[in-house]
Design a protein around this ligand. Sequence first.
Ligand code: ARG
Length: 607
Amino acid sequence: TFYSSKIISGQKRYSSKTWCVKHNGNDESSIYALDVLRQDVSKELNNISGIDCSLIFNALESTNNMDSGDLILPLPKIKVTNPVTTANRWATELVTHGSIGKVCAKGPFLQFFLDQRYLMQSTVPTILLQKGKYGEKKSHHQKKVVVEFSSPNIAKPFHAGHLRSTIIGGFLSNLYEAMGWSVTRMNYLGDWGRQFGLLAVGFERYGNEKALEKQPIQHLFEVYVQINKDLVEEEKNGTSQYGIGGKARTFFKKLENGDQNAIKIWNKFRSLSIHHYIQTYSRLNINFDIFSGESQVSKKYMSEALNIFYENNLVEKRDGALVIDLTHWSKKLGKVIVQKSDGTTLYLTRDVGAAIERKKDLQFDEMVYVISSQQDLYMSQLFMILKKMNFEWAKHLKHVNFGMVQGMSTRKGNVVFLDTILDEARDKALQIMKGNKVKISQVDNPQQVADLIGISAIIIQDMKSKRINNYEFNWKRMLSFEGDTGPYLQYTHSRLKSLERSSNNFTTDMLVRADFTNLDEPQLVELVRLLVQYPDVLRRAFEIQEPATVVTYLFKVCHQVSSCYKKIWIVGEPSHIAIPRLAVYSATRQVLHNAMSLLGLIPVDRM
Ligand code: ARG
């Protein structure tokens, strides 16, 4: 809960002083306007009713629609008798002062509106001064989280599932940071297994050092596809142990036994791929702290895992293989193999070992796996196993899942690599930009701006609806400059930026000290009421680990900007009108900037 200091239950009343002191004493909190409104309302209602302050405080909800106030209190939530009559009575009894501007009763609800003067005078300067920090939560005891995301497989295509994991994971990492956590961004590559034997044999036959250096990911994939074809052909004609299959098995065995030569070849594939991935991820503004992978899980932790399986009586032998029967605890989890009859370990066993190792090495308070919902069952199995191994930290593991993408393809066809997708988005954005000759002539580096717009289009299309939903990849729709798209967000941001440029005769200091008494355009006031919600939006998004919460909010802000922008001007107005207006626009641009950056977009100044 936001308010964690203990409140003595009963009818105790608090003076506003103790309330504030208590609140500030809580090191988790950063106080924003809606928090002040929560405090003021709780205190006032406590005065009227004697009901515990914290009870009221926690029952106050944000609103979806601004006509119903800035905060709303559903009276049934605090268990009063006759909520409708009580709401009416309280609405008339409550003294409005401080942050509370207006109270309305509506059925069993009380609607609270921020005092307009307080709203403008506190929020706008706060945003202008806090800049990139506005909306963040401070924390003195920094907790640690490991976010594992992206995790592509070497020599296989980077598919839509990896793309979603990458952008959702990037966002979550940023969000944890904004909420005061220390974040380790981890990429867990699919870099081990029999296919590396096959790949090595394929490379001998089809490999090209130059191509490998230049486009390792693509080249390894091509080699892999070719050798696979050969293998299928060979198997049709009857396998010989000296053929591709046999050689591949031998190579992988060498790898497992740590053969220097084999490791050297494998390592080259791996490190060139990583090197290339780092460049592509940086286009998305994502930096991994750790490139781990299935190959990196140390033998020590795998055998520790197997020991614990035996100690806790979790495993049974079936046809030489080791099996854990999870149906004891949950029917739907079924039975899983943790070691094959030939002694080789599996994806699942490696994940068990990896989790133990990460806990030891990184001492996380929480670990998040960003993986498609196709692996829901698998993740529940993994978590159950760790729980039954009696690791108390198993309850701090989270699987953040997401739905499927249909039809992600490029000019070259259906197999997709991350940079091909980004390139295509960039080229398409550039084409659209070229449609406006005047505008593009003012952009310094159109190619680079087009890249940022293309990326925005991809990210916003992905995060527009709840992550669990499937969606259809649609180039045309996502790149449109109208409708709720990434380019539209960028467009709104760059428009506000241009407004700031054209009014740069007003200094930041003048804006921070703006007087809002003369600002009475309702559209601008509504805009600020939206800006006030931003810190709450972040907390909500964090609670449910949902990017769509932030995206929906961003579009509300942009729509409100549109309706202001048409009518409420700055140029040509006298300073006492121009300054407060510009202050609002400038604060709005800052909030857009913060929210877009959090999502992984790089806001552009011109486009
Ligand atoms: N490389 C896997 C895949 O492409 C995803 C890895 C997910 N992470 C994990 N710890 N299992 O499906």
